[in-house]
Design a binder for this molecule. Structure first.
Ligand code: SF4
Length: 102
């Protein structure tokens, strides 16, 4: 969500087997939109800047989360509990279980 709403593309995500959130401080205007939309309240706008970081213009990985492959659909997903199913397959399994009374 934060990378989508950033008006200057200072945040970028890659979403393969590892979810990565990258940040380029040289682009950031400090508008705070990313912080406002973060559902986990995980992004905080700092008032101090690292001038070397800004001038280097590099992308810094600020979040990296390993993902596992869903046993049902083979899609990679971020594990939030001990489920081996992605959220979508887990929900489908719940519906099937309730429908068939399992
Ligand atoms: S604070 Fe920086 S990273 Fe966040 S939305 Fe604004 S420009 Fe993008």
């Amino acid at each position: 969500m934060c990378a989508v709403i950033c008006p200057v593309n200072a945040l970028s995500t890659s979403d393969d087997e590892v979810f990565k959130l990258e940040f380029k401080s040289a682009l950031c205007t400090g508008c705070g939109l990313c912080s406002q939309v973060c559902p986990q309240n995980s992004i905080h706008i700092l008032t101090e800047i690292d001038l070397n970081d800004v001038l280097s213009g590099t992308w810094n990985t600020i979040l990296e989360i390993e993902k596992i492959k869903c046993q049902e659909c083979d899609q990679y997903f971020v594990v939030t509990d001990d489920s081996a199913l992605c959220p979508s397959c887990y929900k489908n399994q719940e519906i099937e279980d309730s429908f068939f009374g399992m």
